[in-house]
Each structure stands twice: as C-alpha cells, then as structure tokens.
Design a protein around this ligand. Structure first.
Ligand code: AMP
Length: 280
C-alpha cells in the first residue's frame, strides 16, 4: 500500500492492532538499490509490519546541492520495496511534512555534526534529525533501520535517540557494495563511465589503510597519508576529506585506541561520494 499523507498513515497505523504488532521503519530518499533493500529485508525479518518512507528531504540539502536533480523513480522503488518485504510505502510531499510556517528544528549540537560531512554541509544533519524525528512521531516504530554507509548519520541519530530518551531501537546494517567494492549509492547514477571506473579508489584506499592498521599502524596522520596518496592516483578524484575519529563519538584522536572510523568524501566532477571503514 502506498500512502502519501501523514494524516492517512497515522489513521491507518492506529487501526492496526499496535498491541500485538511491531513496526519497523526504513527511512530512505528513494531511487532504491541493494543497500536500501538490505535494510528492508532486515526490517521484515524482525518486525510484523514494515514501513518504508521515500522522501527526498529538502532541509538536508544545502543551497547549491542536488535537491532538484536528485534521482527519483517512485514506480520502480515501489516494486523493489514490496519485493524486499515492505508492507507500507510512505511517500509524502514536501508541503505535507513541512507545511507553511513550519520552522521547528531538532539539532544535535557539538562537533559530532560539525566534523566530516558537517564541515562542508553545515545544515545537513539538522535536516536529517528533524525529518527522522517527524517520521518517528508519525510512524512510531519499534525499530528503525539505517546503513553504516552513512556512519556519521548513524552516530548523530544514536546521540539524538539517547539524548531525547526516544523509545525506538536503531538497527544499523552493513554497507552493501558493488562487485568491484564501490559502496552502493543513489548518487552513483550521476557518474560518467570514466568517473565510475575511478570511484573504486575510495574502497581500495580504505582497504589499504585497514590492512596497515591490521599490521599494527595506529598513527592517524600516517594512515590518512596512505589513503590520500592512493586516492591521488585517480586523476578525476578530488578529496573533500580523509579523516579518522573515534567512533561513534567522533572525537579527535592522534593514535587509534578503541573503536575508530576512517571516513572519506571524494568528488568526481559534481558528484560527491562517501565511504568509511570502522576499525575495532
Ligand atoms: P538514502 O536514500 O541515501 O537517504 O539512504 C537511506 C538509507 O539507506 C540510509 O540509512 C543509508 O545509510 C542506507 N544506505 C544507503 N546506501 C547503502 C549501502 N550501500 N549499504 C547499506 N545501506 C545503505
């Protein structure tokens, strides 16, 4: 069932017997790929009812970003989501979630939203936490599913859920990759053939650093340098950041002790790709 208004989904969800049913929510911006589908499948395994939201959220895009051109294909998405186990597809329009005059924000303060993607996208996480809050309030899920692909998003949402004592369990699913290692992303569709070929360098560089870490390297500067040199072998790659932080706190470290994240953002033309590796 596709539901396109908050009023209807709220009404529908109050008619199902909430006492005996668990609800899993999978928030997405659509143009679904196997990464999204892995979240839906996991939600299906663990819940009685799976709600997949498909909403390109304007408030998480900056002024010169790709909100207008973000790929959309609701018919194909609907088919794929059903096949993966979705019961309800929630596809609201912008005016429904943000009616005129709406100006309330949920914002996680501090470095956690300012480093990595927050540095070049200063209002991005405020948009994410606000819309995810809306979705939680509308759907009231028992569990919500997110991908480790967006590791900073996971860290920020975990902090939000803890800080606000929210009654929902976040389930984090592993990164799904193409056969050559490129992390699946709706934005991969923007890449030219040449850019696509060179984009494998993100994962290759992370693997290289992961191996060096396994071999005993713990120095952050040394690991970052290794990655930067590898990425620089691809002429079309322009580094936005290569960083290592403690995870999930995203605190600065000089040497790795405990769990850390290596995170990279690289531009190919106008397309900005992200990837990461958690070191334990
Ligand atoms: P998006 O539609 O890009 O907002 O992504 C919706 C959800 O799917 C987010 O929780 C993402 O982290 C997750 N996701 C996107 N790509 C992947 C991937 N390659 N593997 C696993 N999860 C992913």
């Amino acid at each position: 069932m596709v539901i396109t208004t908050t009023e209807l989904i709220k009404r529908f969800l109050t008619t199902v017997n909430r006492e005996n049913k668990t609800i899993g929510l999978v928030p997405t911006m659509g143009f679904l790929h196997k990464g999204h589908l892995s979240l839906i499948k996991k939600a299906k395994e663990e819940n009685d009812l799976v709600v997949v939201s498909i909403f390109v959220n304007p408030t998480q895009f900056g002024p010169n970003e790709d909100f207008e051109t973000y790929p959309r294909d609701i018919l194909n998405d609907t088919n794929l989501a059903y096949k993966a186990g979705a019961d309800i597809i929630f596809n609201p329009n912008v005016c429904d979630l943000y009616p005129e005059g709406s100006n309330t924000w949920v914002n996680v303060e501090g470095d956690i939203t300012k480093v990595l993607c927050g540095a070049s996208r200063p209002t991005h996480f405020r948009g994410v936490t606000t819309v995810v809050n809306m979705l939680f309030n509308i759907v009231q899920p028992d569990r919500a599913y997110f991908g480790q692909k967006d590791a900073q998003q996971v860290a920020v949402l975990t902090k939000m859920v803890n800080d606000l004592h929210m009654n929902v369990e976040l389930v984090v699913c592993p990164i799904v990759r193409e056969s050559d290692g490129l992390a699946m992303s709706s934005r991969n569709s923007y890449l030219s053939e040449e850019e696509r070929a060179q984009a494998v360098v993100l994962n290759e560089a992370l693997q290289l650093a992961g191996k060096s870490y396994k071999d005993g390297e713990r120095n952050v500067v040394a690991l970052i340098q290794l990655i930067e040199i590898k990425i620089a072998t691809m002429p079309l790659a322009e580094i936005d950041y290569v960083s290592i932080y403690s995870y999930p706190t995203l605190a600065q470290i000089e040497n790795i002790v405990g769990t850390a994240i290596i995170a990279v953002a690289v531009k190919f033309g106008k397309t900005r790709l992200i990837d990461n590796e958690i070191l334990k």
